[in-house]
Unconditional design. Structure first.
Length: 329
């Protein structure tokens, strides 16, 4: 048997966990696209299937998971389009043989189109509605976005990688100093940036469009941070394309919640941090058998060449989007 904890999640184990809550499975189990945790669609006799999420052991504490669940219940109570964990006898978090897990009702939809202006406007609207409620909430146990610390921790993890070519590791180490200086200078130039609970991972893959409704899911990475983190993830393409996308996002957002344009200057900081944290995450999770099979390119030199190029491009274009957008307004 594999030493990895997720090896325990056999079909029999999953069914037993679900049935411990009083649901009777028809034994149809389909793994869904999730790597940090494990998520399955589980067929239920004479009822719609349920989605079961098994949390990665030792990642979040029970208090941290419950803060996420409580926020989702608050958003749901405000009639917002979120996918919240299912309540069973008043509880949303359960335990079975050492695994924390929760259940969701199944929702159907497709990811919004990245170049669809109507979808971008609707995305801005949804995030604005979320933030209007979330600004009145606080997290006591979940992490806070701290770009300098996040970047330093990511570099520290990457530096332990055993298969990154030495020349690219040296390039990354040289970029670290420049990047930290840029981030620090940017942060020092800003004031009145308000941090509050945010989704923090609201990319298109975590949005579902079904006819005229857009729904957001997967608050697993929710933390305290700036509002722009939930918006910039929807930008892509050339500078001109990103300006147009940003205009739609902010216009939709401000239908429900004011937006502080100073936060635009954080985009490059957050973009660089996300790239590095992604690489560090892959490295940290490499002993999970699911990762080498799902991300084989992580061991290839091209990945590290492109990471260096992407970081260099961010540094070259630092502040351009924020400055150009502000001038247009």
């Amino acid at each position: 048997m594999s030493a990895h904890p997720f090896s325990q999640l056999t079909p029999d184990f999953i069914i037993a966990a679900i049935e411990s809550l009083g649901f009777w499975s028809d034994a149809r189990i389909y793994p869904l696209n999730s790597y940090e945790n494990r998520v399955y669609q589980v067929g239920i006799e004479d009822e719609a299937p349920l989605i079961a999420k098994f949390y990665r052991p030792n990642r979040w504490s029970q208090a941290q998971i419950m803060e996420e669940h409580q926020l989702l219940q608050c958003l749901k109570a405000a009639n917002l389009d979120v996918i919240a964990p299912k309540e069973v006898q008043g509880d949303t978090l359960f335990s079975y043989d050492g695994f924390a897990f929760c259940l969701y009702d199944k929702h159907i939809g497709q990811a919004p189109e990245g170049d669809n202006m109507a979808h971008l406007f609707a995305t801005g609207e949804l995030i604005g509605q979320l933030h209007k409620v979330m600004q009145g909430q606080t997290y006591q146990t979940r992490p806070t976005i701290n770009p300098i610390q996040d970047i330093q921790l990511a570099f520290a993890q990457i530096s332990q990688n055993t298969f990154i070519p030495k020349k690219h590791l040296t390039q990354l180490q040289e970029l670290e100093k420049t990047l930290i200086q840029k981030v620090q200078k940017t942060q020092d130039s800003l004031n009145q940036i308000i941090y509050h609970p945010i989704h923090a991972d609201s990319h298109r893959g975590n949005l579902l469009v079904n006819q005229d409704t857009m729904t957001i899911l997967d608050f697993d990475d929710s933390k305290t941070g700036p509002a722009i983190q939930d918006l910039w993830l929807h930008l892509s393409g050339t500078l001109a394309q990103q300006q147009q996308q940003l205009d739609e996002l902010i216009e939709g957002y401000e239908c429900y919640c004011p937006f502080n344009q100073q936060e635009l200057h954080l985009i490059d900081t957050l973009k660089a941090s996300r790239l590095l944290q992604y690489a560090a995450w892959l490295d940290q999770r490499w002993q999970d058998p699911a990762f080498p099979s799902a991300f084989p390119w992580f061991k290839e030199e091209d990945y590290w060449i492109n990471l260096v190029k992407d970081l260099q491009l961010i540094l070259e274009n630092w502040g351009q989007l924020a400055s150009t957008y502000s001038c247009m307004k």
